[in-house]
Design a protein. Structure first.
Length: 182
């Protein structure tokens, strides 16, 4: 359910784009992300740092898109977000000796330290790949086709993420904590 909640702005961006174009879709994405923050604050009291980062980026790049009437800014937003995540994971490891994937998953997984390092590296590489893929689709392969980029943003991004997470699940399945029924 959290996966769908996280995708809600992207899904509404997609729908708004199909009916009203990139500028309406951008405004919808900004408003939806702000609504998400309000909802999370109301329901849980605490807002995850990643949601704040996403809000800052959509407001900055979306605002630039709307203000300057240039869709290139909104097309850069996913790449910046992916590379920021990669940078945080890499920076945590290099600068602080921390594996930032561990606190996210250690309740579900008990992994040996080398496997935690590999998992962290896999996510860094995945986020770098996704940033490059977004740039290639937005500015190279479909430079003049915003519709193709929007389709990729939803279906390509979701598809790559789904495949990556499933592959991670298979690779890590032997480490899952199984609760025994008494």
């Amino acid at each position: 359910m959290k996966f769908l909640f996280d995708l809600f702005p992207v899904i509404l961006f997609f729908i708004a784009f199909k009916f009203s174009g990139i500028y309406t879709a951008t405004a919808v994405a900004i408003a939806t992300t702000a609504a998400q923050i309000g909802w999370v604050k109301w329901r849980h009291g605490k807002i995850d740092t990643m949601l704040w980062i996403s809000m800052a980026l959509i407001t900055f790049f979306g605002g630039a898109t709307l203000l300057l009437r240039d869709e290139a800014f909104i097309k850069w937003k996913p790449t910046v977000l992916y590379w920021l995540f990669a940078g945080l994971l890499l920076g945590g490891r290099i600068l602080f000796g921390k594996n930032l994937m561990r606190p996210l998953l250690e309740a579900q997984l008990s992994l040996p330290e080398p496997v935690w390092r590999k998992l962290n590296t896999a996510w860094i590489l995945f986020f770098v790949f996704m940033g490059i893929a977004n740039l290639l689709v937005a500015f190279y392969f479909f430079r003049d086709d915003t519709d193709a980029w929007v389709d990729f943003k939803l279906f390509g991004g979701m598809g790559f993420t789904f495949v990556f997470v499933i592959a991670q699940g298979f690779a890590l399945s032997k480490y899952l904590q199984i609760e025994e029924n008494s």
